[in-house]
Design a protein around this ligand. Structure first.
Ligand code: ATP
Length: 796
């Protein structure tokens, strides 16, 4: 051991190089020291590594590896560390050492010795190295094989691991997401917690105030209870009020009927007054004539009296003259008497003359008396005629007074009539509004020669009870009676005028600014077109459309005095096989042949419930004549055909629309009314109509649209959420009339022909449904200073 320590001399080295230092800390086991060095510094040098490993006797070289002690002994007991060898190889003589050549030579010798030793050791090492290399090669091969296997395994493992890694990554990402979410949840929860804490504080604070409030609320509750009891009282009172309102409503109805009775009575009174007025006027003319006669008589009498007076004055003058003559004669006689003797002869003559004169005088006196009597009579007559003239005058005055009185009463009656009419209208509207229904009139046409003779007798009768007189209709089928009640039932003998009287007010409503819709529904050949249009070429049988137009234009004229100016626009269309046709279009023939090709007219409703049909011809009209000309034109364009049921059957729905725009120049009030008059195509049973080809198609289209109409009515009656207005062009066009705010009237036309009893019952049942149907409340379209920007577009 001591020799080992002595041999292990420190290798000459530069003291500044720390790497050349020998390891003094390994006195007993240098192997370990070298092994330590290897671990630190041989990573990049394979040879050294193997060499050092061999020297080190590394465990991984196997049992054949040479022990390090051998190498050490073969190098003469001197052990080299890697640093020693490296230092030895790197070491170069230093310039400063030239002054100490001796020492340097020694060192060099020593260095060469050591180098030789080193070389020897390297050679030995190389031998063992080659040996070991071989061994190692074998080991390496087997290791490589193993390695390959391991590599395959590794690859598999790697793939496995990769997939695991991917999976883990995914897990990681999801976990991270979860984590972020959890984190945000946590933050939110913390936030929430903070808020809850705050809220709790607030709650605690508010709890206190709530307790206060509770106390207050309890107090309030007490007062509320009191209020509730008072409200209950009020509710009871309101209920009573409601009942009284209902009673009032009933009273209003009664009032309406009394007003109507009153109106009728006033009208009667007016008629009698007018009659008595005309009588009085006759009497007045007569009394005026007699007064004139009396005046004439009076004048004649006055003239006569004047003559008599003149004569009287004449006679008086004569008498006075004669009296003066008599006096003169008496004086003369006295004179003569005085000279009687003288004049005795003369006296006799004078006596004779006097007696003559006295005779004349007495005759004149008699004449005078007669004249007096005559004058008295004349004066009496004059007085009489004066008094009769006075009487006549008084009578005249009385009659004048009476006439004035009657005229005032007449004016009063007329005023009352106007007021009554206004009240009636108001009540009528109120009732309509309260009722809110479509009104239904039923019209039964007379039996026609074409109807054929039936053995069944009468199938339609009319109840006579006062309650439903004029409103009820009974239809008998197979011995069973079906009763219906409508707003009005027109029997076969009702004339066109009778029918019009009932709807004239509705037509007037269009002028007042309401939307009015009148349509005729019924089996084919039941009289719809007759009701709406009348009989062509028979003006006395004109239908509702021409009649309404006449009334509208007459009223327009009458309302001019009150400052109203009206503009009217008309459009006419038909819906044929679900296609709209413009009946006023000038180039109609090219566009609508067979109702297939041509313009597509689109129906649109705006927010105000007005309907627009795109591209439809709308014409301004100024007189009923103009409209009737257009009606004739449209009539010729309508789709009409012969069916088994009707010689001239309408094969389409005809829609006539009159738009009315009125403005009052003095009040600046504006109204917009619409009058829709519709003649629907007739419903018919395919079996009964015997239609084929185009007729069959038409019939199917007609029945389909009418069934859509009944679907709409049923949905309205049931107050369903969805009303299928869009199922057909007809129902979509009529939407504002059926579901909106217009005044709507339906005519259900019935044929009295027993063979049509089935269809009649169907129509009446449908009409009864319509009658029970509630639509909106009629709304008057009025405005001040507002006019739609393009009123032409608006259709109905
Ligand atoms: N109230 C009536 N008084 C006299 N004749 C009538 C009356 N109603 C209808 N008519 C006559 O009955 C026939 C059929 O009437 P109309 O053409 O009006 O029926 P419609 O219901 O319009 O038929 P369609 O649906 O087939 O067009 C016509 O000749 C018509 O003149």
């Amino acid at each position: 051991m001591a020799s080992e320590n002595q041999n292990k001399r420190p290798f000459p080295h530069n003291n500044n190089n720390p790497t050349t230092r020998a390891s003094p800390t390994c006195p007993s086991s240098t192997k370990k020291c070298i092994g330590d060095e290897k671990m630190v510094g041989t990573a990049n040098n394979g040879r050294f590594r193997q060499a050092f490993s061999v020297v080190n006797g590394g465990q991984d070289l196997g049992p054949n590896s040479a022990p390090a002690s051998n190498a050490g002994s073969e190098c003469g007991g001197i052990e080299f560390t890697r640093e020693d060898v490296e230092a030895l190889l790197n070491e170069k003589p230093k310039r400063k050492d030239r002054f100490n050549l001796k020492e340097r030579c020694d060192n060099m010798v020593e260095y060469i010795k050591r180098l030789k030793l080193c070389i020897k050791w390297f050679q030995e090492l190389e031998g063992s190295y080659l040996l070991e290399q071989e061994k190692l090669q074998n080991t390496l091969d087997s290791a490589e094989q193993k390695c390959n296997e391991i590599e395959v395994l590794m690859k598999n493992k790697e793939e496995e691991l990769n997939s695991i890694i991917m999976e883990l990554r995914r897990n990681y990402t999801s976990l991270q997401e979860k984590f972020t979410k959890e984190e945000s949840d946590k933050l939110a929860a913390m936030d929430c917690l903070a808020r809850e804490k705050e809220a709790r504080l607030n709650i605690e604070r508010s709890q206190a105030s709530l307790s206060e409030e509770l106390a207050r609320a309890q107090r309030d509750l007490l007062s509320a209870n009191q209020k509730i009891s008072s409200l209950n009282d009020m509710y009871k009172r309101l209920q009573e009020y409601n009942t009284s309102l209902q009673q009032y409503n009933g009273k209003l109805h009664t009032d309406l009927s009394t007003v109507e009775d009153e109106l009728k009575r006033i009208e009667k009174d007016k008629a009698t007054m007018v009659e008595s007025l005309s009588m009085l006027r006759g009497q007045l003319t007569m009394s005026r004539a007699s007064q004139d006669e009396a005046i004439k008589q009076k004048d004649a009498l006055v003239n006569e009296a004047a003559c008599l007076r003149a004569e009287l004055y004449q006679v008086r003058d004569d008498r006075d003259r004669l009296q003066s003559q008599a006096q003169a004669l008496t004086t003369d006689m006295v004179k003569y008497k005085e000279s009687s003797e003288k004049y005795s002869a003369e006296l006799d003559i004078l006596t004779t003359r006097t007696s003559e004169l006295e005779a004349t005088c007495s005759s004149q006196n008699n004449q005078l008396k007669i004249l007096h009597t005559q004058l008295a009579a004349a004066e009496e007559k004059l007085q009489l005629s004066d008094s009769s003239a006075l009487e006549t005058r008084t009578e005249y005055e009385g009659q004048k007074k009476l006439i004035n009185e009657l005229q005032t009463r007449l004016a009063d009656a007329e005023f009352k009539l106007v007021e009554g009419e206004m009240l009636r209208k108001k009540l009528h509207n109120t009732i309509l509004e309260l009722k809110g229904n479509i009104r239904v009139f039923c019209r039964v046409r007379p039996l026609l020669p074409d109807d054929g003779i039936s053995t069944e007798g009468k199938v339609i009768t009319y109840p006579t009870s006062t309650e439903i007189l004029g409103r009820g209709i009974d239809v008998g089928q197979n011995g069973q009676k079906h009763s219906f009640t409508f707003d009005q039932v027109f029997m076969p003998d009702a004339t066109q005028d009778d029918v019009f009287v009932e709807i004239s007010q509705l037509v007037q409503s269009a002028l007042d600014g309401y939307k009015v819709c009148i349509f005729a529904y019924g089996q084919t050949g039941s009289g719809k077109t007759y009701t709406m249009m009348g009989r062509p070429g028979h003006p006395e049988q004109k239908g509702l459309i021409p009649h309404s137009l006449e009334q509208i234009f007459q009223t327009r004229q009458a309302l001019k005095a009150q400052g109203w100016r009206y503009e009217m626009q008309v459009s006419m269309l038909e819906i044929y096989n679900e296609t709209i046709r413009d009946l006023l279009s000038t180039n109609r023939s090219s566009s609508t042949d067979n109702g297939v090709a041509g313009k597509q007219y689109a129906i649109k409703h705006d927010g105000n419930g007005n309907t627009h049909v795109s591209d439809l011809t709308i014409l301004d009209v100024r007189s009923a004549k103009e409209v009737s000309f257009l009606l004739d034109q449209a009539e010729q364009s309508r789709s009409v055909g012969k069916t088994q049921m009707n010689e001239q059957s309408s094969r389409s729905h005809f829609v006539f629309t009159l738009r009315i725009f009125g403005i009052n120049e003095s009040t600046e009030q504006q109204v917009q009314g619409v009058l829709n008059l519709i003649d629907l195509a007739g419903s018919e049973r395919l079996s009964k109509s015997g239609s084929t080809g185009d007729r069959l198609k038409e019939t199917q289209a007609i029945n389909k649209s009418l069934s859509s109409l009944s679907d709409v009515i049923f949905a309205l009656a049931k107050k369903e959420d969805h009303i299928p207005f869009r199922n057909s062009k007809l129902t979509y066009l009529l939407q504002p009339c059926l579901g909106g705010d217009s005044k709507t009237l339906m005519f259900v036309n019935i044929s009295p022909d027993p063979s049509s009893v089935g269809e009649s019952l169907c129509s009446l049942r449908f009409a009864a449904r319509v009658n029970a149907c509630e639509i909106g409340i009629p709304r008057r379209q009025t405005s001040n200073n507002v006019r739609p920007s393009d009123s032409r577009l608006s259709y109905g």
